[in-house]
Design a protein around this ligand. Structure first.
Ligand code: SF4
Ligand code: SF4
Length: 330
């Protein structure tokens, strides 16, 4: 337990899957050699295999007090290494399409927007993912070099690049598969929650540039902050796969969905995204969270006040980030 814990809430009802956050992160932190396949922040389509492929089946996390075994994702099969393109065809005679030199079978967002279900009841939603800066990080305990630590002042989980020897126990131990191995540097690397930006009073690049205004950042013990209010007070923001036991500090407002359409073309009393699928991701509290969201949304639609909806709408961009430091952005 650190003195304080900074966290993030991502409202899945506002995420439009634009990947602006992904690019904000990629261009700021991983746009260098050895990091071609690294996405410290990415947005995957659900239902889907995710990134790296089938990460939920790759193990890691905790089984009670014991680390659960995990496996390393494979560079080409699971991450999907960026392809080389045969640009020379552009200068040859004849119209040849520009294609990867090798046949590709997987990559980030390979199954984007596919989702599940049959028309007219097909469905999908977007799930942005980053390191959860967990309170009980399996990655930290798995490291035999004690290279991974949590900052006392904000609970950010970092890898000491001087101590890291690239053994990759942390990669296997993280159940969210949010640590990547840089083969050129021979070190493991991960999301640093933009701590250099935070130290200047700026929110994380992914949160600040989020087009959907879907991301709130605050300390968990800040009673005025969105994190406390959405997680503890309204209980509409839930951790992803809490059963992995790492106590994640990124929370999600689960997605509402339109009703299913019956064979007679009429709406059924059943949401398009199956409850059981959401329970699988966000745990048993998801039903109550969705009910609360529906009730408060109905209030707003009737023209009544709703503190919860106002908080989620986030009229003022600057209100979404409470960093307890001199703020250079509003
Ligand atoms: S999400 Fe993974 S890498 Fe991040 S702190 Fe938790 S266990 Fe470690
Ligand atoms: S920038 Fe915001 S809206 Fe766009 S994909 Fe990322 S979280 Fe979703």
């Amino acid at each position: 337990m650190t003195a304080r814990q900074l966290g993030m809430v991502i409202d899945l009802n506002k995420c439009i899957g634009c990947q602006t956050c992904t690019l904000a992160c990629k261009s700021q932190w991983t746009d260098r050699d050895g990091r071609e396949f690294m996405y410290w922040n990415h947005v995957e389509t659900r239902p889907g295999k995710g990134y790296p492929k089938d990460w939920e089946q790759a193990g890691g996390g905790w089984d009670g007090d014991t680390l659960r075994p995990g496996r390393l994702p494979r560079l080409h099969e699971d991450y999907g290494y960026p392809a080389e393109f045969g640009y020379e065809v552009l200068f040859e005679e004849g119209e040849k399409p520009l294609r990867p030199k090798e046949e590709m079978a997987w990559g980030p967002n390979w199954d984007e927007d596919q989702g599940a279900g049959e028309y007219p009841n097909s469905y999908f939603f977007y799930l942005p993912r980053l390191c959860n800066h967990c309170s009980n990080p399996a990655c930290q305990v798995a490291c035999p070099r004690q290279a991974i630590y949590k900052r006392e002042e904000d609970g950010i989980v970092l890898i000491d690049q001087e101590r890291c020897r690239g053994y990759r126990y942390c990669v296997a131990a993280c159940p969210y598969k949010k640590i990547y191995f840089n083969p050129l540097a021979g070190k493991s690397e991960k999301c640093i929650f933009c701590y250099p930006r935070l130290e200047k009073g700026l929110p994380q690049a992914c949160a600040y540039q989020c087009v959907g205004r879907a991301r709130h950042v605050a300390f968990l013990d800040d009673q005025e902050g969105a994190l406390h209010q959405l997680v503890n007070q309204w209980k509409v923001a839930l951790p992803l796969h809490a059963e992995y036991g790492t106590q994640p500090n990124v929370y999600y407002v689960p997605p509402l969905s339109p009703p299913k359409i019956g064979s007679n073309g009429r709406s059924l009393d059943e949401p398009r995204v199956p409850d059981e699928y959401l329970v699988q991701l966000f745990g048993p509290g998801v039903g109550a969270a969705l009910e609360m969201l529906r009730e408060e949304m109905a209030k707003k639609n009737r023209g009544e006040a709703s503190e919860l909806m106002d908080l989620l709408i986030a009229y003022r961009h600057g209100d979404m980030f409470r960093l307890d430091r001199p703020r250079e952005v509003v």
